[in-house]
Design a protein around this ligand. Structure first.
Ligand code: PGA
Length: 254
């Protein structure tokens, strides 16, 4: 049985002070659902302090692939693990598109996260052009293959995959639950081809792209969707409380 993960990606939002304020107003009750917040790097230390005794986990939105050295402006997995991060998002479409991250670099990032015993959240997804030209699945398979074929072999850490259609991110136009499920199912079948049935059954697949209080339960009802990656709607503590409570109440919907 794969556990449900609700992850918030704050992107480049909320200062340290705003993080403290957010956490003062964020008071979810523990359940068997995993809750994760990924703030900007500089907010991680304060988040760690405030959430020390909470069930809520924290993680990072990005990482560099090397452990230390002359890489001005970068942060390593080694540093993030010392700050108690549980997860690290790798290959978000904004990293791929704005910062030109390649599949090769993303593989290195994923492996560095695994080396530090954190869980990578590998983001994959088609853009509008891929969708319109019928290339969505090829694009996603390429993104998955480049990582899962060469991932560190001797490890018990299984990356999470976040399926995020680029056209649905921050647009308010989420994919339909059926569309997201169809892709998630294809992703799981492809992982099975690459890594075998047992492994593919353990991989958690999240949906991301304009998730909100009105559509979240529909996504989580789907057989192959094990959680969500939420951007905009994770920035308001009250909204996130409501989203989380709604999911807790709706548990067992599958
Ligand atoms: P959104 O972002 O929920 O604001 O669409 C999702 C993401 O980019 O992870």
């Amino acid at each position: 049985m794969r556990s449900v993960l609700i992850a918030g990606n704050w992107k480049m939002n909320l200062t340290e002070k705003e993080t403290v304020k957010f956490l003062e107003n964020f008071n979810p009750e523990k359940s068997n659902i995993e809750l994760l917040l990924c703030p900007p790097y500089i907010d991680i230390p304060i988040m760690r302090k405030v959430l020390k005794n909470s069930f809520v986990k924290w993680g990072a939105q990005n990482v560099y692939s090397e452990k230390f050295g002359a890489f001005t402006g970068e942060i390593s997995a080694h540093m993030l693990s010392e700050l108690g991060c549980s997860y690290v998002i790798c290959g978000h479409s904004e990293r791929r598109n704005i910062f030109n991250e390649s599949n090769e670099l993303i593989l290195k990032k994923v492996n560095s996260v695994i080396s530090e015993r954190m869980i990578p959240i590998l983001c994959v997804g088609e853009n509008l052009e891929d969708k319109e030209s019928g290339n969505s699945l090829n694009k996603i398979k390429e993104q998955i293959k480049s990582v899962f074929e060469k991932i560190q072999q001797e490890t018990d850490i299984i990356p999470v995959i976040a399926y995020e259609p680029v056209w649905a991110i921050g647009t308010g136009k989420s994919a339909t639950a059926e569309y997201a499920e169809e892709t998630a199912k294809n992703i799981r079948e492809y992982i099975e081809k690459l890594k075998g049935k047992e492994y593919s059954e353990l991989v958690r697949i999240l949906y991301g792209g304009s998730v909100n209080i009105s559509n979240i339960v529909e996504f989580l009802k789907q057989k192959d969707i094990d959680g969500v990656l939420i951007g905009g709607a994770s920035l308001d503590p009250k909204k996130l409380n409501e989203i989380y409570s709604k999911v807790v109440i709706a548990q067992g919907v599958k």
